[in-house]
Design a protein around this ligand. Structure first.
Ligand SMILES: [Zn+2]
Length: 158
């Protein structure tokens, strides 16, 4: 008896195959084009990048699906004088393929651990590291203040 493998894409009913929209969407990203059926799932594409130890850019919505520790990846870090988040790298998300600057907090680039010393300075060794920690604390305080203000307004309204 032979075993038949049936591949069912996300958002499709059993036996439907890939929709025209899915194939068209795959065509937007060069890495997602395949010769056989014109469609490659985001997970396959990300794993392909990981197997080649290439950088992976993800938006803040898709980031949680990727476990950098498991694949021995690290967040790309570059300190800049403009005071932007040094862990932020924008581009096209490898998963949803949207521009990462549209997602809250922007995108993150993950680079292979073994390439990290060639690409990034160790963040803690840089003179800007303390400034970064201070900046993160200020942001956290602002978030708490904003949440408190929203709750207070809601209490006053009720
Ligand atoms: Zn995404």
């Amino acid at each position: 008896m032979s075993v038949r493998h049936v591949f069912v894409p996300i958002n499709a009913k059993l036996g439907e195959g890939f929709s025209i929209q899915e194939i068209a969407k795959a065509g937007e990203h060069p890495g997602r084009r395949t010769k056989t059926n014109g469609y490659q799932s985001p997970a396959t594409w990300v794993l392909e990048l990981v197997s080649l130890r290439k950088p992976v850019i993800l938006c803040s919505f898709c980031r949680y699906k990727f476990d950098p520790k498991y694949y021995k990846y690290r967040r790309f870090y570059v300190a800049n004088a403009a005071g932007h988040d040094p862990y932020r790298t924008d581009g096209q998300c490898e998963d949803c393929k949207d521009r990462t600057d549209r997602s809250p907090g922007g995108g993150t680039m993950f680079v292979a651990e073994e390439q990290y010393p060639e690409i990034c300075f160790e963040p803690k060794s840089l003179p800007g590291w303390n400034d970064y920690i201070q900046w993160r604390l200020r942001q956290a305080k602002q978030r708490v203040y904003r949440a408190a203000a929203t709750t207070w307004r809601a209490v006053q309204r009720s």
